[in-house]
Design a protein around this ligand. Structure first.
Ligand code: SF4
Length: 94
């Protein structure tokens, strides 16, 4: 399994669904694994927090150095989202 994700959200140690799954699908090395992980993330109670945390941790990193599915998005999707967010921020500041 990819790194277990456990977040503190107004109560101690709220765990993500991937923490209950012993498989490696969150490593997202194959398309079926990626699709399965994304579907499970879609039902995870901490999906938004997980995605926010991943975006903050990874910053502007290129997709190749981002790891697995987090917050329902692949490394490429998180990179694209990060770029969209920061492009919008720059336009708003101009
Ligand atoms: S959103 Fe996905 S990766 Fe994040 S904690 Fe939940 S199941 Fe795990």
């Amino acid at each position: 399994m990819a790194q277990a994700r456990v977040f503190e959200i107004n109560r101690p140690a709220l765990r993500g669904l991937c923490d209950l799954d012993d498989s490696h699908v969150w490593d997202a090395e194959t398309e079926p694994d990626r699709d399965y992980a994304k579907r499970v993330c879609g039902h995870c109670p901490i999906e938004a927090a997980c995605l926010t945390n991943a975006l903050e941790e990874e910053g502007s990193s290129l997709p190749a150095v981002r790891a697995g599915v987090r917050g329902g998005l692949t490394p490429q999707e998180r990179h694209a989202l990060w770029r969209r967010i920061h492009r919008t921020d720059r336009k708003a500041a101009a």
